[in-house]
Design a protein around this ligand. Structure first.
Ligand code: FES
Length: 193
């Protein structure tokens, strides 16, 4: 079995030679090897430090973050069972390259049942108006085109093409956290934007 190597041999034309054509002295060979080793080490360190820096500069802030984000709202104890409460969703807003701190991204309706909390998006699925609580009607209502929804978010009447959009919730250190998302309006399916 034989091997083919791309490495130049000591006898290759690239091998350094003394000006008089004689073979390099042992001291010259070791000095050259040391110089190459230092250069290789320096280049490796420079490359290792450059890669994360380049990734930081090149990657947009929102990249890979996903559209849903968990946001803490009020304490569970602030919710009265059976009584819907509207809360603002305040978090950082990110676009491709910037972050704005503490921006109101939207609002949701929270409805407590024991230790469980249901969250409804306050955006009407019809054309995006803000939905109000309508306790006298036993649910929610949109003032724009009079869509009505039950306390479970089910569509009762009006032009809304679907029920109110629900959002995931969980309790974090006594606070109600909501996984905030946005959905397409004007379509029967609940499709995230
Ligand atoms: S936007 Fe709500 S009913 Fe039209």
């Amino acid at each position: 079995m034989s091997f083919v190597s791309d490495a130049p041999s000591d006898e290759s034309p690239e091998s350094p030679r003394a000006t008089d054509g004689s073979a390099p002295k042992p001291q010259e060979t070791s000095r050259r090897a040391l110089t190459l080793a230092i250069c290789a080490g320096t280049c490796a360190i420079a490359a290792a430090s450059a890669i994360p820096a380049a990734a930081f500069v090149a990657a947009p802030l929102g990249a890979g973050a996903g559209s849903g984000r968990w946001v803490r709202t009020v304490k569970l104890g602030e919710l009265t069972p059976g009584q819907a409460k509207r809360v603002a969703i305040v978090s950082d807003r990110r676009d491709a390259w910037t972050v704005e701190r503490g921006v109101e991204l939207g609002s949701v309706w929270l409805l407590r049942n024991g230790d469980d909390v249901t969250a409804f998006s306050a955006v009407c699925p019809h054309l995006g108006c803000s939905v109000n609580a309508a306790p006298e009607a036993g649910g929610f209502a949109c003032p724009c085109h009079t869509s009505a929804f039950g306390s479970d978010g089910k569509r009762k009447s009006g032009p809304s093409p679907r029920d109110l959009d629900t959002l995931a919730t969980r309790i974090e250190d006594g606070f109600v956290a909501v996984e905030f998302r946005r959905f397409r309006i004007g379509v029967p399916e609940k499709v995230e934007t």
